[in-house]
Design a protein around this ligand. Structure first.
Ligand SMILES: Nc1ncnc2c1ncn2[C@@H]1O[C@H](COP(=O)(O)OP(=O)(O)OP(=O)(O)O)[C@@H](O)[C@H]1O
Ligand code: SF4
Ligand SMILES: [Mg+2]
Length: 336
């Protein structure tokens, strides 16, 4: 994975490039008090190519959904740069941003909440075409039926309501809706977390198949490294709004260098026994409040290897052993 400075659109360029992307929220606690500042995402950089999946992992509250909302243009970054299909997605004229909105589609965690219960599948799938294209009703229906088949649902499902489906089927409908406008990038925020484990694999397989056939890029948000292992090409591990380790999945899973990544892997069923998990770090203590993050290394309050230097000096994200990692002592884990 590379962090690239963007130029104009050209073939083979990444679909999305984020550079030092930031989001700060103002928290007001009363009329007379100055607002507090919560840094939900504190400068994250990445790129995703067509046909590839970048998985963003980390505990609850580390900024994953905030990142997802920025990349899907729902929320404006407070700092950094975001280019989608070579276009400056933050500063482009309104019309161009509208075009980008169609190119980036979201799939949410909760297939129960994200589908309108009063609308039939037909209306749910055809709505994006009705709003954004000049297709006739017959053409819209044809496209919707074709998409239904692509996500593994049957023709008779077309006239049914969301409540008549299982959780996995509803997520298939949500995926179908996201694909109706032929997007370039799909941002999926915990898309299988609400599903039974047995159903998760089916939906992950579907996402992988659709990626292949449509050349889609995925930004795949998950707290579960077991899920990420199945779908990711690259991985970005976040802690308190910061990227602590990022690179190719195979590299990171084979030899995690950041103590936080090591802890995540060690606590993931099915991965905990892997030979890569040499440093059995058990995460102790609470995640610090993002309103009052630790000085120095963000992980310093929970890291078993912490030193005075870690508390004083924030480690920069830097290249170590074929990936980027933000730990002063990453080399020690490389040789261990
Ligand atoms: N609109 C908002 N206003 C203020 N603070 C917010 C807002 N949205 C998110 N936050 C805060 O930003 C931080 C990151 O939240 P975010 O939802 O991005 O985390 P997450 O990694 O998606 O967590 P989860 O795994 O629980 O979904 C949290 O501390 C959260 O409370
Ligand atoms: S910099 Fe220090 S506290 Fe941070 S992860 Fe590395 S060893 Fe732990
Ligand atoms: Mg979230």
């Amino acid at each position: 994975m590379s962090t690239v400075t963007m130029s104009k659109a050209s073939a083979g360029q990444p679909v999305v490039v984020a550079k030092d992307l930031k989001r700060v929220y103002e928290i007001r606690r009363g009329f007379l008090r100055a607002p507090d500042h919560l840094q939900a995402v504190g400068g994250v950089s990445f790129s995703v190519d067509a046909g590839k999946t970048l998985a963003v992992v980390g505990e609850s509250g580390c900024g994953k959904s905030t990142l997802a909302r920025m990349v899907s243009l729902i929320e404006t970054p407070t700092g950094g740069q975001l280019h989608i299909k070579g276009v400056d997605a933050v500063n482009a004229p309104q019309e161009e941003r509208q075009g980008l909105r169609k190119a980036v589609q979201l799939v949410f965690q909760n297939p129960y909440g994200s589908l309108n219960p009063r609308k039939k599948v037909s209306a749910i799938l055809e709505a994006p075409l009705e709003i954004n294209t000049t297709l006739t009703a017959a053409e819209r229906a044809e496209k919707a039926r074709a998409m239904l088949a692509m996500v593994g649902l049957r023709p008779e499902h077309y006239d049914r309501y969301p409540h008549m489906f299982s959780g996995g089927q509803r997520q298939r409908i949500a995926i179908a809706r996201a694909l109706m406008l032929n997007p370039t990038l799909v941002v999926a925020d915990e898309p299988v977390s609400a599903l039974d484990v047995s159903i998760q694999a089916q939906v992950l397989n579907l996402l992988a198949d659709l990626q292949q056939s449509m050349g889609l890029a995925y930004l795949f948000i998950s707290h579960d490294l077991g899920v990420v292992r199945h779908i990711a090409h690259d991985v970005l591990v976040m802690y308190l709004g910061h990227a602590v380790e990022q690179g190719e999945k195979s590299t990171i899973f084979a030899q995690p260098l950041h103590p936080y990544t090591q802890a995540l892997l060690a606590s993931t069923p099915g991965l905990a026994g892997s030979s890569a998990v040499k440093h059995r770090i058990v995460l102790k203590g609470e995640l610090p409040s993002p309103l009052n993050p630790p000085s120095g290394c963000v992980f310093s309050t929970r890291c078993p290897h912490v030193t005075e230097r870690c508390r004083a000096e924030r480690p920069l994200l830097r290249e170590v052993g074929d990936r980027q990692v933000a730990c002063h002592y990453a080399e020690n884990f490389l040789t261990a």
